[in-house]
Design a protein around this ligand. Structure first.
Ligand code: KIV
Ligand code: ZN
Length: 508
């Protein structure tokens, strides 16, 4: 039978210790609610003694969030433990998590305590926490650099004092998977009473091994994994919980373990944590990065379109991403190109597709990512080249923070040059109004976007926009220039010319 692994989330405590991150109580509550939805077993809501703000956040989460254990952290002293209890006491399932360092380096230099004093403090802390609540977690900070005999003595004493969860942290991310697994096996083998408690691990990512060490520990007999969403946390961060969860899930053949996690909530949780902490998720981040389910190479895109599992070991839907994306760029092939055009509503003949594909490849050499608007423009240009009824002769703009934006526009129509001026809410609005006065076709600007086609300060800007006449059909326009206002005028004219041409055809 599959073993149950408990997921302990410390995004709001260790995760919030990420340099530069500070969440207020309301933001923490929002994340805690989402973590409960995700189905984590324990939310470590904070370290109440450290600040009134942390106390308030833990108390709020304890009062408001149901169906999950809420833990509060405390050093191994009475003042910390009393404050932790005060903050967490109203939780449906409260837990006090107390810790003390057991490595020679921490005991000698940080705590300035002898091993016997540490052992005594650990026992006293667990007993104090136990006087408040039955669920008590005890951690040996820097366990992976502790002497095994002493570590086992402290763990055994903490269990005898009433600890129900024993946590073995790799506090400084020093361990490697084989070694960490051996440590967990040794603790399981040597410590009296270990079978009565939940054995937990808490790994940091200083060598990029936090997830690997956590998984090795699970194989060696750990019951609980601690970590943070998006892997945030002190220094290089904690084990990324979404990676641990999806590894256990995807490789159940190896781990034979289950969690209580609703994996479909993973992506939403990751986005929420990223936006509230202000810590962006790197694009190539496993499971939740922007590129985690994006395929650019033609060979890969062709494979995924034929059978998703050729290049995807997880279904993006399973982590809450609606579908994999085929990023159209210079490595993309005809298969993905046709597929995207079909999604955009274009059915091309083979000949039309060949022509459009050649244009696409030429553009992809200049631009890293090709957008849907680029594709529409390519197809419209290739299949429905628009005669230029109006062309831009000149453009003069007056704008700034203290003047009303005004545009004077000269348009050529055959032999004539027609001029008009207009004011607007901004320079682009003024340009569009001046053009409308000349063409007599009042349009609504539905969308406007600019991107750089080339790099550097003198980059060519490309404006892509859509207009609609009286809320009716939309028409696409594109314009290029090193000046984005000129590019806007050209794009608007391109769309107006398309509108006039299609209207003219309708009348024939
Ligand atoms: O990394 C660590 O050792 C910790 C403990 C407080 C569990 O965060
Ligand atoms: Zn930690």
């Amino acid at each position: 039978m599959a073993r149950r692994i408990y997921i302990f989330d410390t995004t709001l405590r260790d995760g919030e210790q990420s340099p530069g991150v500070s969440l207020n109580a309301g933001e923490k509550l929002q994340i805690a609610r989402q973590l409960a939805k995700l189905g984590v077993d324990v939310i470590e809501a904070g370290f109440p003694i450290t600040s009134p703000g942390d106390f308030e956040a833990v108390q709020l989460i304890a009062r408001e969030v149901r169906g999950v254990t809420v833990a509060a952290l405390a050093r191994a002293n009475y003042a910390d433990i009393d404050r932790a209890w005060e903050a967490v006491r109203e939780a449906e399932q409260p837990r006090i998590h107390t810790f003390i360092a057991t490595s020679p380096i921490h005991m000698a230099h940080k705590l300035r305590m002898t091993p016997d004093q540490v052992l005594e403090a650990a026992v006293a802390a667990v007993k104090r926490a136990k006087s408040y609540v039955s669920d008590v977690e005890f951690s040996c900070e820097d366990a992976s650099r502790s002497e095994l005999d002493f570590l086992c003595r402290v763990v055994e004493a903490a269990i005898a004092a009433g600890a129900t969860v024993i946590n073995i942290p790799d506090t400084v991310g020093y361990a490697v998977p084989e070694e960490f697994a051996r440590l967990i096996r040794e603790i399981r083998r040597r410590v009296k009473g270990i079978e009565k408690v939940v054995l937990s691990v808490h790994c940091h990512d200083d060598l990029g091994l936090a997830v690997a060490n956590s998984l090795a520990a699970v194989l060696a007999g750990a019951d609980q994994v601690e970590g943070a969403i998006n892997g945030i946390g002190e220094r290089a961060g904690n084990a990324a919980l979404e990676e641990v969860i999806m590894a256990l899930h995807t490789r159940r053949d190896q781990f034979n373990c289950v969690t209580n996690i609703k994996t479909e909530e993973i992506y939403r949780t990751s986005r929420l944590v990223s936006s509230l902490t202000g810590m962006p998720v790197q694009p190539n981040k496993a499971v939740v990065g922007k590129n985690a389910f994006a395929h650019e190479s033609g060979i890969h895109q062709d494979g995924v379109l034929k059978e998703r599992t050729t290049y995807e070991i997880m279904n993006p839907v399973m982590v809450g991403i609606s579908q994999s994306t085929l990023v159209l760029g210079k490595h993309s092939g005809r298969h993905a190109f046709r597929q995207r055009l079909e999604e955009l509503g274009y059915q091309l003949t083979d000949e039309e597709l060949n022509k459009a594909f050649a244009r696409f490849k030429a553009l992809a050499d200049k631009k890293k990512e090709i957008t849907d608007a680029d594709l529409e423009a390519i197809v419209e240009d290739e299949l429905r080249p628009v005669p230029s009824t109006y062309t831009l002769e000149y453009l003069h703009i007056s704008t700034g923070t203290t003047v009303v934006p005004t545009a004077t526009v000269g348009l050529r129509r055959g032999e004539e040059v027609l001029e008009e001026a207009a004011c607007g809410n901004g320079p682009v609005d003024a340009i569009c109004r001046a053009i409308d006065k000349i063409t007599g076709v009042p349009c609504v600007l539905k969308s406007w976007g600019v991107s750089a086609v080339t790099g550097g300060k003198d980059a060519i800007g490309e404006v892509t926009l859509k207009i609609a006449e009286n809320g009716g059909k939309t028409y696409l326009g594109r314009g290029f220039s090193t000046d984005i206002l000129e590019a806007s005028a050209k794009a608007y004219l391109n769309a107006v010319n398309r509108l006039l041409w299609e209207k003219g055809k309708e009348k024939q």
